[in-house]
Design a protein around this ligand. Structure first.
Ligand code: CP
Ligand code: NVA
Length: 301
């Protein structure tokens, strides 16, 4: 039987996602209380990073250690992955020695191909197209601070990128309305937009989008791999900044989220992201708890 993978959020059913989020909250409490819980004793995770990371690496590595297991870091520079060994061969070999593999890379197709040849679960830790692990943390954070997100208005401001695509998947699974406010030419994937036409709308009018929002989310203008486009994007995204004036259009109890790293003064102002009641630090910490719930789901159920 082929293993269960987590390549996009929709690899989970709506019920599975909701259960996983509740479990993440429980695991967070257990961690805070100092309860030792080691369901992954002697289990090993391989972490393949072809792009940089702070949160993803630390959260997976710490999570595996807290669960009694071990995580090993593989970079293309120091392994045969960077010297052209076929993905299929790498997948067969690595998965024969470990219990779960986490991959951060460029093409989504690469993670999908690795999963096809892997004998153990594969987790997408960010591709050019999706970042499902971040959505687990974001949705946990909303649930903790405001309760169910069902029926709420969520506004994505900025690039129709990997994070935006994962928000589209979340809108489908958790039944919320998503408004994507992006400049012309930076719209999200058209197939996804058509698939979720019942709950995702695209606009260039940021002010109208933000009005009565329950959650406003943004991300950097230039993602990893798009560094050369930074200057052009700074111009193209003029007006697509989350600042106090934009937040004022949203509901009084609206939350702001950002997956981090952030560029203050570009996609978000410091007074929004560093506000006393900002939840971005909870959002970042929740990567740990949500991914522990994911590991438990993939390896112990
Ligand atoms: N949000 C996120 O994935 O952060 P890192 O790039 O630091 O892992
Ligand atoms: N969209 C960003 C997310 C970083 C966590 C990127 O892909 O670089």
């Amino acid at each position: 039987m082929s293993p269960r993978h987590f390549l996009t959020l929709t690899d989970l059913t709506s019920d599975e996602l909701k259960q996983l989020l509740s479990r993440a909250i429980e695991l967070k409490k257990m961690h805070r209380d100092g309860t030792q819980y080691q369901p992954l004793k002697n289990r090993v995770m391989a972490m393949i990073f072809e792009k940089s990371s702070t949160r993803t690496r630390v959260s997976f590595e710490a999570g595996m250690a807290q669960f009694g297991g071990h995580a090993l870091f593989l970079s293309p520079r120091d392994s045969q992955l960077g010297r052209g060994e076929p993905i299929e061969d790498s997948a067969r070999v690595i998965s024969s020695m470990v219990d779960v593999v986490m991959i951060r890379t460029f093409e989504h197709e690469k993670v999908a191909r690795f999963a096809e040849y892997s004998s153990v679960p594969v987790i997408n830790a960010l591709t050019d197209d999706f970042h499902p692990c971040q959505l687990l943390a974001d949705m946990q954070t909303y649930l903790e601070h405001r309760g169910s997100i069902q029926g709420k208005k969520v506004v994505w401001v900025g690039d129709g990128n990997n994070m935006c695509h994962s928000y589209m998947n979340a809108a489908h699974l958790l039944d919320f309305q998503l408004v994507v406010a992006c400049p012309k030419g930076y719209e999200p994937n058209t197939e996804l937009t058509a698939k979720y036409a019942d709950r995702v709308t695209i606009t260039q009018d940021v002010q109208a989008a933000a009005t009565d929002a329950d959650l406003i989310v943004t991300d950097v203008f230039a993602s990893m791999g798009q560094e050369d486009e930074q200057d052009a994007r700074l111009q193209d995204f003029d007006g697509f900044q989350v600042n106090k004036e934009l937040m004022a259009l949203a509901h009084d109890d609206a939350l702001f989220m950002h997956c981090l790293p952030a560029h203050r003064g570009e996609e978000v102002t410091a007074d929004v992201i560093d506000a006393a009641d900002s939840v971005v630090w909870d959002e970042a910490e929740n990567r740990l708890h949500a991914q522990k719930a994911l590991l438990e789901f993939l390896l112990c159920s």
